[in-house]
Design a protein around this ligand. Structure first.
Ligand SMILES: Nc1ncnc2c1ncn2[C@@H]1O[C@H](COP(=O)(O)OP(=O)(O)OP(=O)(O)O)[C@@H](O)[C@H]1O
Length: 297
């Protein structure tokens, strides 16, 4: 189906505004989703899975194939980074795995639930109950203070926060003395830490982070990455992070490299240096020497 025909495309257009959009969307949902218990294990240990995932934007001559039959398994309890040149399909992959975007072909599962084919309402509920999101632009509600922003998704869902967990999240992120501040009264790093706390507050099954350190100074960025790492190591959360930064990717367990809408490589136990070296090969492919035939991945 062409995306322009699809009503859910509004979500794609408003990618960065998704948290706010979904708050409104989700507020409209009145039925609690008891069947989607957060953290419910899937039978095969994958938090998310895609087979033959294909995403085309537009139609006819202007069609852009953003994802080209991607097969991927996101292992539960691991920190996965997604890297690749600009336009390689990183954000599209994340959005399709998270049910924020429709697919053109193929199947996507979150745990043991196939999300391709779910109706909008079911998908919205599934996202609300089982997924945490962090975006580069923090998407905090300006009229709410930090604590209210952190618990907003749970408040909307009618869930009571686990106070001990929330305390741990707040303390680890150094937000204890900022809870009554509104976003405008917080630094960029503090705002992203609030967004991080919000994503973790309900202990979602899977956290998707799109360039979560993109707007942060290096110290704040390291703090956020350290917390995501701890969330995986100590709290057995699953994190998928899109990043351009080899240093950020080095905090992950596994880096998936995308090029032209395909997963072309992966790297376990990455270091900033090894990721940088791998990324340089994309630069060579993108900019062949004069007269040289472009190499294909
Ligand atoms: N809504 C859209 N309409 C048309 N084309 C799109 C749309 N969204 C993405 N694309 C195209 O799909 C391809 C993949 O885009 P995507 O944003 O997933 O790449 P990316 O790897 O995340 O890029 P970047 O690193 O620059 O953020 C690109 O060619 C992009 O121009």
């Amino acid at each position: 189906m062409g995306d322009t025909e699809c009503g859910r495309d509004h979500i794609t257009l408003g990618r960065d505004e998704h948290d706010m959009t979904s708050s409104i969307e989700e507020a409209a949902l009145s039925t609690p989703a008891a069947e989607h218990a957060p953290g419910r294990p899937s039978a095969d240990g994958t938090a998310a899975r895609a087979r033959g995932l294909t995403k085309a934007y537009g139609s006819g001559e202007t069609t852009v194939l953003a994802l080209d039959s991607v097969d991927v398994d996101i292992v539960r309890g691991r920190f996965t980074a997604v890297m690749g040149p600009s336009g390689s399909g990183k954000s599209t992959l994340m959005h399709c795995l998270a049910g924020l975007d429709t697919v053109s072909a193929g199947q996507v599962w979150l745990g043991d639930t196939e999300i391709t084919g779910l109706r909008d309402r079911e998908l919205t509920r599934l996202r609300r109950d089982r997924i945490g999101f962090m975006f580069q632009s923090f998407n905090l509600i300006p009229t709410l203070n930090a604590r209210e922003n952190i618990t907003l998704p749970m408040d909307i869902a009618g869930q009571r926060p686990d106070e001990a967990w929330l305390d741990q999240v707040i303390d680890t992120l150094g937000l204890r003395d900022r809870l009554r501040h509104r976003p405008a009264q917080l630094s960029g790093g503090q705002q992203q830490r609030v967004a991080c706390a919000r994503a973790l507050a309900s202990r979602p099954e899977l956290i998707f982070a799109d360039e979560p350190t993109g707007n942060l100074d290096s110290r704040s960025g390291l703090e956020v990455l350290g917390f995501l790492r701890e969330a995986v190591d100590r709290l057995h959360q699953t994190v998928v992070m899109v990043t351009h930064d080899p240093g950020a990717a080095a905090h992950s367990d596994l880096v998936l490299f995308l090029a032209d809408g395909r997963i072309v490589d992966e790297m376990r136990r990455p270091t900033a240096e090894s990721v940088l070296e791998r990324m340089k090969r994309f630069d060579v492919i993108r900019a062949p020497a004069d007269g040289a035939a472009p190499e294909r991945e």
